[in-house]
Design a protein around this ligand. Structure first.
Ligand SMILES: [Zn+2]
Length: 280
């Protein structure tokens, strides 16, 4: 009988901040370390999580970045022309009335290789970018970035972040009681808080509070998972804090993993995690 795994992904937990805020020590997991995402070109959840669940690099699973054009002609134009002027071209596409030319986020059917959810196990994915994202995610209203919604302000941003966090917690609470070989969920909380208080307003106390909160919540989850029959809990993040400079990456390549089971390598490879525990 193989083991039952609970794998929550907390987007944005940064390895260095986990040390700074002593999240690393506060967690009741025996093992932890950093995740190597060098196989991915873009620090976008869709691309990185697709690598986690397929065990393949982006060139093979086909999820590149976070969005894509469904119209083949537009896709070709975007491939040929360089990055600049994209906004302008998008306007032309839309004015042409080609509504389906808009960029959109990825969903399950676009992953070109098999995933862990095709294996012969009872598995449940929840809110996974690139696979079964939440509706708000698909319509670009999930990641609360103060710079994208300047009129919203910090307080209202926090309210929305909280609402989404509570909703996912509620769903998870129910699902944890069911009998799965693998339960995977994605939380946006830390990433969203970091976009408001790290990227735009330098308020590290707010960020620290968020890490403390997630630390306690993770410890609760580890207990709850174990009492509900899961053998191991592996907590993952897909990348670290948002980038505050023009480095080319939207987030730092410093994701963190705490785990109740050992994973080999000083820094585990993102495409090799589920492989290591023999789920892929
Ligand atoms: Zn982000």
């Amino acid at each position: 009988m193989s083991k039952k795994y609970f794998i929550p992904i907390f987007g944005g937990i940064d390895y260095r901040l986990s040390k700074l805020f002593s999240l690393e020590e506060d967690l009741t997991t025996d093992y932890h370390g950093s995740i190597d995402i060098s196989v991915c070109e873009k620090t976008e959840p869709d691309e990185i999580i697709a690598s986690m669940i397929t065990g393949k690099p982006p060139q093979e699973h086909g999820i590149l970045g976070s969005m894509h054009y469904t119209n083949p002609l537009v896709r070709k134009v975007e491939e040929i022309l360089p990055e600049w002027g994209e906004m302008y071209r998008r306007k032309i596409y839309t004015n042409k009335g080609w509504d389906f030319c808009r960029r959109r986020r990825y969903i399950e059917s676009e992953i070109e290789t098999s995933t862990v959810f095709d294996q012969n196990i009872c598995a449940r994915p929840l809110f996974l970018p690139s696979y079964n994202p939440e509706i708000q995610w698909l319509i670009f209203r999930n990641t609360i970035r103060a710079n994208e919604y300047p009129g919203l302000g910090e307080k209202e941003s926090e309210k929305l972040i909280e609402k989404n966090f509570q909703w996912r917690k509620k769903v998870l609470e129910k699902e944890l009681k069911r009998d799965y070989d693998l339960l995977m969920i994605h939380f946006q909380y830390i990433d969203s808080i970091q976009h408001v208080y790290y990227e735009n307003n330098w308020d590290m106390e707010k960020v620290r509070k968020a890490y403390d909160r997630i630390g306690s919540y993770c410890n609760e989850l580890i207990k709850s998972a174990s009492s509900n029959g899961f053998d191991e809990t592996i907590i993952l993040s897909e990348y670290g804090v948002p980038s505050r400079t023009d480095s080319g990456d939207s987030h730092h390549r410093t994701p963190f993993y705490p785990s109740t089971t050992p994973l080999s390598g000083k820094s585990i490879n993102v495409e090799n995690i589920l492989n290591q525990i023999e789920l892929l």
